[in-house]
Write a protein that binds this ligand. Structure first.
Ligand code: SF4
Length: 353
């Protein structure tokens, strides 16, 4: 079996059964545009071709294990099972503005071991294939179609570090934005990295329209290495040099994610350091109030107070650096930033039908 996203394999199959190459366009139309996942229902194709496709091609490799919807109904966490029985997660966020965002995973587990992140405790289980990355989108689109909702944004901010599964993430973005397929605007895709500096420039060259988010979380090397081991390999000087080059190539603002952990990342001198680091750069900071999970509790991690976050924001404002305090979504179903780690949700969580 091979994935429906593999054009070359599809063309080979068509040739082997004496079908014309134009059938590929029809298959694309049925799958990507009409969202038909069952070959037997692709009625624009001849019955014999439908049978051949069904026996050789998979429209999704992942299966839904369970979905949980938050009490406010805005967030759905989808726990997905791979063919080798691993669990990964995708999260749908329905914003009050009407926009819908899908957060997807690129790895089972994650090798980066950030101290505030539940996924980081798993270690890397394996990279997801191109098909598995795209399956999360197929499954979310199918769920949302029942609500007459369309995906507006896709963010690579789930489990895993996208730039350590570089080739598969890039191929998935190419297929996602291919006009003949989903035709999803690159401008509405965001890739978030913990700072794999050598890949950042290459990524900017390949996808200048895709937004880049950097998990910064601390403004100096000592503090950053404390919460993000990757900083020992790519310290701030190296990371910021790569980001300056990225901005020169793309002319795009970089989004800096900054997690606010009381007494850890929110010390007041850090506000000045952060403002100095980003002043004059094309930057936008998203402050993320720390989301509690068991591993963080063992470290005594607690969210910062609103007053402290606003003080940070003011310091940035004084240096002309724009920022936003992120509204936390889905924390009651462990779907918020840093909480994704195969947790099945809690009993007071409403299960989606
Ligand atoms: S924050 Fe991102 S890069 Fe760090 S451990 Fe979690 S998933 Fe991996």
């Amino acid at each position: 079996m091979f994935s429906i996203h593999e054009d070359k394999a599809l063309l080979d199959l068509l040739a082997s059964i004496g079908e014309k190459p134009y059938r590929l366009k029809q298959i694309h139309q049925e799958f990507y545009k009409n969202l038909v996942l069952d070959f037997s229902e692709m009625t624009s194709l001849p019955a014999k071709l439908r049978e051949s496709l069904a026996s050789s091609v998979q429209t999704t490799d992942l299966t839904i294990d369970v979905t949980h919807r938050s009490e406010d109904g805005q967030t759905t966490k989808i726990l997905l099972k791979t063919h080798d029985d691993r669990r990964i997660e995708a999260v749908i966020m329905r914003h009050l503005s009407g926009r819908t965002t899908l957060c997807i995973s690129c790895q089972a587990g994650c090798p980066m071991a950030c101290s505030f992140c539940a996924t980081g405790t798993l270690g890397l289980e394996r990279n997801l294939s191109v098909g598995e990355i795209l399956d999360q989108i197929t499954i979310a689109k199918t769920l949302l179609a029942k609500e007459q909702r369309e995906l507006r944004n896709i963010v690579f901010m789930g489990m895993g570090e996208p730039l350590t599964n570089y080739d598969n993430v890039c191929e998935a973005i190419r297929i996602l934005s291919d006009q003949k397929k989903w035709d999803f605007s690159s401008r509405r895709i965001t890739v978030s990295t913990c700072g794999i500096a050598p890949k950042i420039v290459a990524f900017g060259r390949e996808f200048p329209q895709v937004s880049l988010a950097i998990s910064l979380h601390a403004p100096n090397d000592t503090a950053r290495s404390d919460v993000m081991p990757v900083n020992k390999t790519y310290p701030l000087e190296v990371l910021m040099a790569a980001l300056d080059e990225y901005v020169a190539i793309t002319n795009k603002r970089v989004f800096y994610e900054y997690i606010m952990i009381a007494g850890v990342t929110d010390r007041l001198p850090y506000a000045d350091e952060l403002a100095t680091l980003l002043a004059g750069r094309m930057a936008h900071v998203n402050f993320i109030p720390y989301n509690a999970w068991e591993g963080g509790a063992m470290r005594n991690y607690r969210p910062s107070s609103r007053v402290i976050i606003e003080r940070f924001q003011k310091k940035l404002e004084e240096k002309g650096v724009p920022s936003t305090i992120r509204h936390t979504m889905g924390d009651d179903i462990a779907a918020a930033c840093g909480q994704l780690a195969r947790k099945h949700g809690t009993e007071d969580t409403k299960k989606d039908s």
